[in-house]
Design a protein around this ligand. Structure first.
Ligand SMILES: *Cc1c(COP(=O)(O)O)cnc(C)c1O
Length: 384
């Protein structure tokens, strides 16, 4: 989180009846649409990502509907959990813990669904547990190839503002996002973006509830209805500043910066991988997320490394998200390097040095020269 975002939030309570707050909130919707590259309506909820998961389902589906969920790690499982709890049948299609969607297999499954039981296809763009980046267009193409009418719903919680994402060009019907990752604002706001087909589904959905209802929030005549109650005052100021920072850099440049920083991480991890058990969970570079990298440490205790980095240098690495519970062949030892949002080369290199030193201090076998590789990658990217 940029200091400027925190400073924007550090202020006295605004007048919740006044026009300043209304104008501030109204300025956010078109800018959120720009970030998701859509002309579809944006809705802001006071909640974390889970709340937008629930909102995406209740606004478009009915009790007893069936959806197809694409699993490539852990995160669609959370969405599935919410769907099942509200009476939606879920068929999960698993593509493994270290690879992306197989478009042919998906097309076949959709083609077999002649009666169009699947009302929606749920997927994550970036699975934050496995650190795979899924090709949204490939899923759109599979749906189009067999003329399947299911809604395409994409969770971009980890990837919005990091990974290139084009909701309208890619034919996405519902996008789900939250403010605390690429959007650099303290956790507490979530978003749904609504395409035309999703609005049509909304008209028939019987899971709608007053609180999550898109109609009230988009078309409500009074400001109070936009948030179904008191607006998230300070978060709105924080998000305003975060979006200003994104647009000042330019969305294309933000995506490119994330691609560049990710290359630095991969250069480093792939060099560690030349000796010992350390490796990138996602082997194929084309399928790696530019926002987060999951690192396997094989027989080496990943939590010991995490503790070492935290205690010695205050560097908090992401925990491994128990992929071994889902995939029998996954090692239990994982940590994750977050490289999303407000991040630059010096910050990233500090993290990589801490990990490299940790491997040495703890005697974990690893390829040497990883920092040199990272540095060369930076030099090449800067020269280009
Ligand atoms: C973080 C994350 C979530 C959950 O968001 P919360 O704010 O923790 O509810 C869902 N999906 C993805 C891909 C995420 O990275």
């Amino acid at each position: 989180m940029p200091e400027a975002v925190l400073q924007a939030m550090h202020r006295a309570s605004p007048n919740i009846y006044g026009t300043e707050l209304v104008e501030l909130a109204n300025s956010l919707y078109p800018d959120l649409q720009k970030v998701a590259c859509t002309s579809g309506d944006a809705v802001i909820y006071i909640g974390n990502g889970h709340s937008a998961w629930e909102a995406s389902l209740t606004n478009t589906l009915s009790r007893g509907d069936t959806v197809l969920a694409i699993v490539t790690g852990r995160f669609t499982l959370g969405w599935i959990d919410i769907a099942e709890a509200i009476g939606i049948n879920v068929e999960a299609m698993d593509f493994g813990s270290d690879s992306t969607v197989d478009g042919d297999r998906l097309r076949q499954t959709l083609d077999d669904d002649k009666s169009h039981r699947y009302k929606a296809v749920l997927m994550v763009q970036t699975d934050t547990a496995s650190s795979v980046n899924n090709d949204v267009l490939a899923v759109r193409s599979a749906l189009d190839a067999v003329d399947h009418p299911a809604l395409l719903m994409v969770d971009c919680i980890a990837s919005l503002g990091c990974e290139e994402y084009r909701m309208d060009d890619w034919g996405v019907d519902v996008t789900v996002a939250a403010c605390q990752k690429g959007l650099m604002t303290p956790a507490g706001l979530s978003f749904t973006f609504i395409g035309d087909k999703a609005w049509q589904a909304h008209a028939k959905a019987d899971l709608k509830t007053a609180y999550w209802d898109w109609d009230r929030r988009v078309n409500g005549k009074i400001f109070y209805q936009k948030f179904c109650g008191t607006p998230p005052t300070h978060h709105l100021f924080g998000l305003r500043t975060a979006l200003d920072i994104l647009f000042e850099e330019g969305l294309d440049n933000v995506w490119q910066r994330h691609r560049n920083l990710a290359r630095v991480v991969w250069a480093c991890v792939d060099q560690w991988a030349t000796d010992g058990d350390v490796r990138c969970n996602i082997k194929n570079i084309d399928n790696r997320s530019v926002a987060v990298t999951t690192v396997q440490t094989g027989t080496m205790d990943a939590d010991r490394l995490r503790q070492w980095c935290e205690q010695q240098y205050g560097v908090i690495l992401g925990v491994g998200l128990a992929l071994e519970d889902v995939y029998a062949d996954m090692p239990a030892n994982l940590f994750r390097i977050g490289h999303m949002g407000h991040l630059n080369v010096p910050m990233l290199m500090g993290t990589l040095v801490a990990i490299d030193a940790g491997f040495k201090a703890l005697d974990y076998p690893h390829g040497s020269g990883a920092l040199e590789h990272a540095s060369r990658t930076i030099a090449n990217l800067s020269a280009a």
